[in-house]
Design a protein around this ligand. Structure first.
Ligand SMILES: Cc1cc2nc3c(=O)[nH]c(=O)nc-3n(C[C@H](O)[C@H](O)[C@H](O)COP(=O)(O)OP(=O)(O)OC[C@H]3O[C@@H](n4cnc5c(N)ncnc54)[C@H](O)[C@@H]3O)c2cc1C
Length: 370
């Protein structure tokens, strides 16, 4: 596994950048298996915690490829921001999901699937890979979710929650909304059916579940996403600041402020914790003091002790926002999120029309490959 540090993320970004053009476009749908992947970045856990940012990824692509050649890679990075924006404009979807998880007991059949003992060889291998590595290839995630929902006939929220427990890149928006998309309730009526032939082709024949999958299922029938609300305003902090980092944005820095202390909230998952410690170390190197862990209940006292205003990066809808909701901090948002999230009012296709303008609005402008 790639080390949970910004330095390791940047090194991987530099290594993968030459493949962000035609290699990515041609190879991203195929999974030759752990240790053999060359055409996907495997950087999702880093970007999810913002050890590297979406902007770092897009700039790396544009520095080596034309916008046309890197179109597919750039689009995938924007899928992430689209999902984040979609949930941010509809926080009720996360609350409903959490309530349904709490009300849905894990059945023996769901447990057998999570243990990798369904008898469907590809599914069982991927269940083990998920538990052992904390990563699955995007196409594998689609196949696994589809088999879970349509062949095994298990409740999608239990599958989504299983992913969240294991993925190092576990993300409330990308995960919940992707599971809904596979089920056919995100874009109502359009579901994703895993097909044996497609699995055999894109796993280079490592798996061939012919005759084992339900390839004729109907989409699930559940309520469509609610209408979008408006994005809540963020704060613009100034002056003396006590910066409190959390797992959703470990490299945030409030530009134009006098940061006199860096604290970080505890994170439960080992990857998130290590990412947070790395981000806090990097931030603290720009201040007179060392980074320190601060319990949620002590944050106001900690900032008052520094004679500074408490400032946090914005926590998007998800468990970190839930856990930090009562912390009396000013919440600042990155320009990237301010630009992308309000555009996630409808489907990805209208959102994607904005990508050229979003790229042009990067400041400073992205260095373009000639
Ligand atoms: C059922 C299901 C559950 C998922 N759960 C998560 C999750 O919890 N967290 C998460 O980060 N992604 C999730 N994804 C999206 C996607 O599978 C992963 O982001 C991607 O596989 C990460 O691998 P990579 O870094 O090698 O991606 P690359 O192909 O190298 O893509 C570059 C970056 O673009 C973003 N990206 C790529 N594909 C997608 C996509 N389809 N949706 C959103 N962003 C994308 C990721 O940030 C990724 O790091 C899920 C997809 C499905 C189908």
């Amino acid at each position: 596994m790639l080390e949970p540090t910004r330095a390791a993320g940047l090194a991987r970004l530099a290594q993968f950048a030459p493949r962000m053009g035609r290699h990515y476009a041609a190879g991203r749908n195929s999974d030759p298996g752990p240790g053999a992947r060359q055409d996907v970045s495997e950087l999702s856990a880093h970007v999810r915690h913002r050890l590297i940012t979406e902007e770092d990824m897009v700039r790396a692509a544009l520095a080596q490829h034309s916008p046309q050649a890197a179109e597919k890679f750039i689009q995938e990075v924007y899928w992430r921001s689209y999902w984040k924006g979609f949930l941010e404009l509809r926080p009720r979807m996360w609350r409903d999901y959490r309530a349904r998880v709490d009300a849905t007991p894990i059945t023996p059949a769901a447990q057998a699937a999570m243990d990798g003992s369904t008898g469907i060889a590809c599914f069982d291998a991927w269940a083990r890979e998920l538990a052992e590595t904390g990563y699955l290839h995007n196409h594998v995630r689609m196949w696994v979710a589809s088999i879970w929902i349509f062949t095994l006939r298990l409740d999608w929220v239990l599958g989504a929650e299983w992913f969240l427990r294991h993925l190092h890149d576990a993300d409330a928006a990308s995960n919940t909304l992707s599971w809904r998309w596979v089920a056919g309730i995100q874009t109502p009526g359009k579901h994703y059916l895993a097909r044996a032939e497609n699995i055999a082709r894109h796993t280079m024949g490592r798996f061939d579940p012919r005759g084992e999958l339900n390839e004729n299922a109907e989409p699930l029938d559940e309520p469509a996403p609610p209408a979008a609300s408006t994005l809540p305003p963020a704060d613009t902090p100034r002056g003396r600041v006590a910066l409190l980092l959390h797992e959703d944005d470990v490299t945030f820095w409030p530009e134009g402020c006098d940061v006199v202390g860096v604290g970080f909230l505890p994170a439960a998952r080992p990857f998130a914790r290590a990412a947070l410690e790395d981000g806090a170390r990097i931030a603290a190197a720009r201040t007179p003091r060392c980074a320190e862990a601060v319990a949620a209940a002590d944050t106001a006292r900690w900032a008052a002790g520094l004679g500074a205003e408490l400032v946090m990066p914005w926590a998007p809808v998800g468990w970190c926002a839930d856990a930090t909701a009562t912390i009396p901090a000013r919440r600042a948002r990155r320009g990237w999120d301010d630009a992308c999230w309000p555009l996630a009012r409808r489907g990805f296709f209208p959102f994607k029309e904005n990508i050229p303008a979003l790229l042009r609005s990067l400041h400073p402008p992205a260095a373009l490959a000639l």
